[in-house]
Design a protein around this ligand. Structure first.
Ligand code: GLU
Length: 372
């Protein structure tokens, strides 16, 4: 699907969108929130909402706003200090959007999330229900990471990635990543369209990190990969382009548009393949690789060569080929210990070893997402 077609068929008809605004798009050089920039974006969101599009906003800028509010000379370096600064700034951020939107009769709702909320299936579904209810109430959900509490592996640390998961969670038609760059630059020129996020695309990300935010082109391209693979479109554009949101949704040539994969992944497959954290790895032989990738089959114990990690039944695991390339992710029917004892065996031999054979498959097809 070339760029013009995506712009016409998907962007102009989008009913549900996720907009991510980067710190640099709503703060000045000192890191203070720029009310004019917030007002402009908020006004566009209100217009788009009034036109019947459901919008979810992922807004960075808590740390940036906190730096400005506290008059700090630079971004702190230690995690506790960053967390404290974010706690100061988050309220400012919400207030700025509240003040800009209240005149438009749009209510704002703060939703703070951490990585763990997405990795736990029940909490993930709860976020979806909350967002749905907020849209029913006519309130604009504004998400950010719960920076004040999230540390280490519990953190995403990057709102481009949160926005990608939020897009996939809601099966939104488009993710719009707004920052202060005009799009993906290739040889100094903005690419109009990117058909597929691959290694070549990822190499366009060099040296693009922003000063106050945490992202950069690398995380934007990663986010674009997650969303397009699930079957939805992505646009990267400059928040400071006048009327940028309206222009994008009118199908105008603004920023870089990413073409979605032809097949949309089901909600469950998105979570298994992209959001859940893997607890271990299963290395399979060439026959199993073909069965999974070419013939749409389940993974049987007979194709398993090696099991890595210590996981229980029901865990999400990565399936790798013998060279170590990931080919799929899925929910395992057996624990790591059980798989180790039945690897390489025919289905008929499983009961003899385990004393019982609740499943033929190590990972059932329905609980599996192919990696490419
Ligand atoms: N959560 C961070 C903040 O509000 C932003 C993270 C990012 O820039 O991606 O400052």
């Amino acid at each position: 699907m070339p760029g013009t077609t995506v712009r016409q068929t998907i962007l102009t008809r989008a009913r549900r969108i996720v907009v991510k605004i980067g710190t640099s798009a709503i703060t000045d050089e000192k890191g203070r929130l720029d009310p004019k920039a917030v007002r402009s974006l908020a006004g566009q969101i209100a217009d788009v909402t009034a036109a019947g599009v459901s919008v979810t906003l992922v807004a960075s800028g808590a740390i940036g706003a906190g730096i400005g509010e506290l008059d700090l000379p630079e971004r702190p370096r230690t995690l506790p200090m960053l967390q404290a600064v974010a706690a100061v700034g988050q309220g400012q951020l919400m207030r700025a959007f509240h003040d800009a939107l209240v005149k438009r009769r749009l209510r704002v709702a703060q939703v703070l999330v951490t990585r763990g909320d997405f990795e736990n299936r029940t909490r993930y579904l709860n976020i979806r229900n909350t967002l749905r209810a907020l849209h029913e109430l006519g309130a604009l959900p504004i998400l950010n990471e719960n920076d004040a509490v999230a540390v280490d592996e519990l953190r995403f640390g990057d709102n481009d990635i949160i926005a990608a998961h939020v897009t996939n969670l809601q099966a939104a038609d488009v993710l719009i990543l707004l920052s202060t760059i005009d799009g993906v630059l290739d040889d100094g020129k903005v690419r109009d369209v990117i058909e597929q996020v691959d290694a070549g695309t990822l190499s366009l990300a060099t040296g693009s990190k922003s000063r106050l935010g945490s992202g950069g082109m690398g995380s934007k391209l990663e986010a674009a990969g997650l969303v397009t693979k699930a079957g939805e479109a992505v646009v990267i554009a400059n928040a400071r382009t006048p009327n940028v949101l309206k222009k994008i949704l009118a199908g105008e040539n603004v920023g870089t548009v990413f073409v979605p994969a032809k097949r949309k992944l089901s909600s469950r497959r998105r979570w298994i393949g992209q959001t859940a954290r893997t607890a271990g790895q299963i290395i399979v032989d060439a026959g199993a690789v073909t069965a999974l990738t070419k013939r749409g089959k389940s993974l049987l114990p007979s194709g398993i060569r090696l099991v890595r990690g210590n996981f229980d039944k029901g865990a999400t695991v990565a399936v790798l080929d013998e060279k170590g390339a990931e080919i799929a992710r899925g929910l395992t029917n057996y624990s790591a210990e059980q798989l180790t004892s039945i690897r390489g065996l025919k289905t008929s031999q499983i009961a003899k070893i385990l004393g019982d054979k609740p499943y033929d498959e190590a990972i059932h097809r329905n609980n599996m997402t192919l990696s490419s």
